[in-house]
Design a protein around this ligand. Sequence first.
Ligand SMILES: NC(=O)c1ccc[n+]([C@@H]2O[C@H](COP(=O)([O-])OP(=O)(O)OC[C@H]3O[C@@H](n4cnc5c(N)ncnc54)[C@H](OP(=O)(O)O)[C@@H]3O)[C@@H](O)[C@H]2O)c1
Length: 289
Amino acid sequence: MNVLVTGSRGQLGTELRRLSPLHTAHQYVWADIDELDLTNAAAVADFVHRHHIDTIVNCAAFTNVDGAEQHEADALRVNADAVANLARTGRRIIHISTDYVFSGEDCLPYRESDQPNPHTAYGRTKLEGEKQLLAICPDAIILRTAWLYSPWGKNFVKTMLSASEQHSELRVVYDQIGSPTYAGDLAEAVFAVLDCPTWHAGIYHFTDEGVCSWFDFTIEILRQANLILGTNRYQAAVLPIRSEEYTYRTPRPHYSVLDKQKFKSTFHFSIPYWTDSLRQCLTAILQAQ
Ligand SMILES: NC(=O)c1ccc[n+]([C@@H]2O[C@H](COP(=O)([O-])OP(=O)(O)OC[C@H]3O[C@@H](n4cnc5c(N)ncnc54)[C@H](OP(=O)(O)O)[C@@H]3O)[C@@H](O)[C@H]2O)c1
């Protein structure tokens, strides 16, 4: 099977490429915006035809939450129109979506059957992408994830490591709860879907196991980084604050926890605990320095 991975230089795309030598059942074609702009419908149809693509893993997205608030039409083109372009190729699709489709105002892990109610432009555009995909391609697979990090690109783990070297004090919110998710674990989940002998169409939730606040996450990032290095390089004091005390350009969800039972039982997949995966990612980041 020929598998096209879009957004291949993003966090998830890079992890899929890194881990692909361990998954040899399929051939992979990697494309980011330089090779294929997904908002160009004709280019998408031509690329898929020319490379004899059977299945598409769509990791491309407009992921800048504040940017989407200011430029919702641009975000919609990538997060919804481009997804429709992929759907119209008639190929099987694994599409990545987000916890931001939910309001984040609840207090029980979100199930796939729960009603979406996005409170941000990013969430609205991602939900529109899901809707357009399922309308054209009802047998698509959608994986919703949250709090993604990796050694690549911009993410919370890398931001906190550098912030703790630049500031003696970090003020971090403790009233937003979620599940930090290593992009390498999400990549393994995508391979599990691709390698499964049966195509189980539908929406699934996938994050790493466990929950914490951004405050807890920060404490653990700095603690583990110092342990790995055997030094006290990351010394900043971490202070817990409430969301109201932080100036967000876009309001963030208070509760982002996703119920992963459907994914685990369908694909017989054992999900790592977030602190174990954090150690793996930090080791990769710190070894590369
Ligand atoms: N990051 C998170 O915390 C998070 C949380 C929940 C869900 N997700 C979802 O998980 C998926 C993967 O996220 P990620 O963090 O790996 O994203 P990412 O690092 O931002 O990568 C997305 C990639 O898509 C590319 N892209 C943007 N517009 C494109 C276009 N028109 N045509 C082709 N490629 C285009 C981007 O290129 P440029 O960099 O040049 O724009 C980038 O390389 C996304 O669907 C995202 O919505 C992410």
